[in-house]
Ligand binder design. Structure first.
Ligand code: PEP
Ligand code: MG
Length: 576
């Protein structure tokens, strides 16, 4: 069977499917060999016992400390004894040869169906208690040392998921991931960006892959053509397998050291985007001249806990030392409440919610700790601080105020720090882009985040595959906005970098250079192709083409004109 989606990271991979379901802890289906069945049952029994012990302890504590008898926990304890739960899960493990987590999840589905059929509203509402008890067992299963986890995969897998949150991605054992296939997503979504930066084939926007792909089934992911084949036949499989060798090719050394200059000697800096500190070295291998965007929120990891100041200081210091003499641009926390409270309330529309600086207004402490760590690490190399999701001058005041308070705090504590760390703003909210002239005099650089800028300008959700064809980087509104930013910044001598996915596409990158951009930051794997295009182009040709694009009406017309005008540069081989 073939599923069609959107190919977002090229290449082909074939392997067993690891189907991940998202609950309080991610739960996935694994096929367990018959000899390991007893071990799964023991794990489940131990997790139930641990849950029983915890519930009794909570009940006792409430009785002693608060003096109340917590009847609700009696009910929870009774649920643990119910044969519908443990016995049923054990028989699912035996019959379906699946892991304990999945058996528990199946039991939960059955019980939910049962409860939904009930007439009694009071009983219906008991599903919350049911979820509480089952969630506790899942957590105890996950906490056990022998639990399978996303960070320690028992083999090479194709990960099939609804989506991957930054925290799941941070935990994932990428070395054992052959490919990614997700129900949600679009080319500019974070999962896609990550897959490209790891050079792992990925297909997103598959809608219902998690329900249609059986656990352990052999699947082929064709990230070039946007297809997933379940149980491909032998001839198809051998053709696809042959393609696997192309994965993770590094650029040749000579291409890496070639300078990125146009034919008419205009220098363009190409930097790498990184989600994990370890990626910094990886970016250098592709010839990156620094890190133009470090998405620091990945440091929250699966526990979704703010890392403390000392740990951050060590991470940032190591990165700047490793990348020296090039710069490392650290973006401050770009998170919303849903990213930091597992299972907590989520915004109906996180992209427009209490994200980043908005969260900082209410809870500044984690932001202050991050700024302290950054200002301290700034003494060890060329660090730059980048603030995301700025919406205009009042946000800028907030940022500058917090920075000043942080510097004062460090002075008071007698802790050495760099007073002159360059401060930059991400222009990704239209209201900030349109007030760039008011922002520029107060900062040292701008980084245009085209991934979000496009979604907000065009009102197209970058994570929703149903509207991904409307997500148009070459839309005239996008190009005019970038042009306006570049012009406003030039008046104040503020450099503009582009760190969204537009920078990673050779045609769009050339257009950006034509608009006057001289720094591009992208997934490191994209650097060789962009460098080849820049080296084969001349600004004398790019500028008129970019100017012409500003007066055309549609993305199609603009794309066709650029492909025609820049054909020569776009067909240059990667090592030239
Ligand atoms: C952007 O919005 O363009 C960007 C680079 O940041 P992110 O993709 O992390 O939102
Ligand atoms: Mg963004």
């Amino acid at each position: 069977m073939k599923l069609d989606g959107i190919g977002v990271s090229p290449g082909i991979a074939v392997g067993p499917a690891l189907v991940v379901e998202r609950e309080a802890v991610p739960v996935f289906r694994l096929l367990v060999p018959p000899e390991a069945i007893d071990c799964e049952i023991q794990r489940l029994t131990r997790a139930v016992e641990a849950s029983r012990g915890q519930l009794k302890a909570i009940k006792e504590r409430l009785r002693h400390e608060v003096g109340v008898h917590a009847y609700i926990f009696d009910a929870h304890l009774l649920m643990l004894e119910d044969p519908l739960l443990l016995d049923r899960a054990v028989s699912i493990i035996r019959q379906e040869l699946v892991n304990a987590e999945w058996a528990l999840r199946t039991v939960s589905d059955h019980l939910h169906e049962l409860f939904e059929g009930l007439r009694d509203e009071y009983l219906k509402e008991r599903t919350t208690d049911l979820d509480d008890v089952l969630g506790r067992i899942q957590l105890n299963l996950g906490g056990a040392p022998d639990a399978p986890s996303l960070s320690k995969l028992p083999g090479q897998f194709v990960v099939v998921a609804v989506d991957l949150t930054p925290s799941e991605a941070a935990e994932l054992d990428w070395e054992h991931v052959l490919a990614i296939a997700t129900d949600a997503g679009s080319p500019s979504h974070h999962t896609s960006i990550l897959a490209r930066s790891f050079g792992i084939p990925a297909v997103v926007g598959l809608h219902d892959a998690t329900t249609r792909i059986p656990p352990g089934a052999t699947i082929a992911v064709d990230g070039t053509h946007g297809a997933v084949v379940i149980e491909p036949g032998e001839p198809a499989l051998s053709a696809l397998r042959a393609g696997q060798a192309e994965r993770r090719e590094r650029p040749r050394a000579e291409a890496r050291v070639l300078p990125c200059v146009t034919r008419d000697a205009v220098r363009v800096s190409l930097l790498g985007n990184a989600e994990f500190p370890e990626e910094a070295g990886h970016a250098l291998e592709y010839g990156a001249e620094g890190i133009g965007l470090f998405r620091s929120e990945y440091l929250l990891g699966r526990a979704r806990r703010w890392p403390d100041e000392e740990r951050q200081y060590e991470v940032y210091r190591r990165m700047v030392e490793q990348i020296a003499p090039h710069p490392v641009t650290v973006r401050t926390w770009d998170v919303g409440p849903e990213d930091i409270v597992p299972g907590g309330p989520t915004s109906a529309n996180p992209a427009l919610g209490e994200r980043a600086l908005r969260l900082m207004r209410r809870a500044p402490e984690p932001f202050r700790a991050q700024l302290r760590a950054l200002l301290r690490a700034g003494r060890h190399g060329a660090l730059r601080i980048l603030f995301p999701f700025v919406s205009g001058p009042s946000d800028l005041r907030l940022v500058l105020g917090l920075l000043e308070l942080t510097r004062e705090g460090l002075r008071r504590d007698g802790i050495p720090f760099a007073a002159d760390v360059p401060i930059g703003l991400m222009l990704e909210v239209p209201s900030a882009a349109f007030t760039a002239d008011l922002l520029a005099p107060h900062v040292q650089f701008f980084a245009v985040g085209t991934n979000d800028l496009i979604q907000y300008l065009l009102a197209v959700d970058r994570a929703d595959p149903r509207v991904s064809s409307l997500y148009e980087p070459l839309h005239p509104a996008v190009l005019r906005t970038i042009d306006g930013v570049v012009r406003a910044a030039a008046v104040h001598g503020v450099p503009v970098s582009i760190c969204g996915e537009m920078a990673a596409d050779p045609l769009q990158a050339l257009l950006l250079v034509g608009l006057g951009v001289r720094e591009l930051s992208m997934s490191p794997a994209a650097i060789p192709a962009v460098k080849a295009a820049v080296r084969a182009a001349s600004v004398a040709r790019l500028e008129p083409a970019a100017r012409a694009s500003l007066s055309l009406a549609t993305a199609e017309e603009i794309g066709a004109m650029l492909r025609r005008e820049l054909a020569e540069a776009l067909t240059a081989p990667a090592s030239s």
